[in-house]
Design a binder for this molecule. Sequence first.
Ligand code: ADP
Length: 302
Amino acid sequence: MWTARRLVRPIRALEQAALAIAAGDLNQQVPTESADELGALAAAFNHMAAQLRQTLEQQRQFVANASHELRTPLTNIKLRSELLLESGLDDPELAGRYLAEIDSEADRLGRLASTLLDLSRLESSQAVQHQPLTPIDVRPVLSAVVATMTLRARSAGLTLQVQLSPSLPPLRVWPEQIEAILLNLLDNAIKYTPAGGQIYLSAAAMPDRCQLRVADTGSGIPQADLPHIFDRFYRVDKARSRRSGQHGVGLGLSIVQALVLQNGGQISVTSAVGQGTTFTLEFPASAPLTADAANARCVSQA
Ligand code: ADP
């Protein structure tokens, strides 16, 4: 009887805690003192409860941030429409200005809504591995990105330097998603680099993978912010990005990260304030590289 009770007690505690969690009390912890399988099960249970708390907190934060970001353009629209209704129509010039501002705020609202929708679609499809079956050559994708961004960089007073290895391994990736990833990273590089700076894009063949890099000589990101920059709605300097009219809402890098994972890759970042930032992406090669390809020299294209 005594042994049976001793065995059953921790199982009962687990059962009670599981029921309490199901009823909404997430602060449940069970004792983990025994060093046997039941102790391990209790530790795993506590870990699961902690993860659940963290996920819910992230979701709560996301909803709060999304509501805040959606409310800002809505408030701007409301303010202007009220002014128009009160007296704006008497002054055609003022009315024209308010209408143009309402139009641009409505566009911003639309962009934000579709970005949020993209992100939630991406995150829900991540549970299922979603890579294409047929590997592709990414060089045409890279060339298209270079063609789009060279002019953009030049008009911001920056030079875009490109280094593409002549032979890259075929990758099982979606070309339009790789394009979106690179456009986003290059767009940030241009946004956060003062005129006169340099932007770099490189692609190199590694023994079992392809490495893409986007680097800049821009403002850099403080070390304390680096772990958070892929978080949804995270901006290093909210006040500055609003003042400068760049209207970043801090979703770009969350989308980039979700897209990289969706394509079976990994992304990392290094940065030094005042010196610049480098984003490194790695995608597994879908077939082993030949010795020639692995040793291929990088050639400068721009
Ligand atoms: P945003 O829309 O604000 O640019 P992102 O998710 O793309 O949002 O980036 C998050 C934050 O990371 C930015 O607000 C910016 O502070 C910082 N950041 C991203 N890329 C760079 C870069 N190349 N150089 C400096 N800071 C960057």
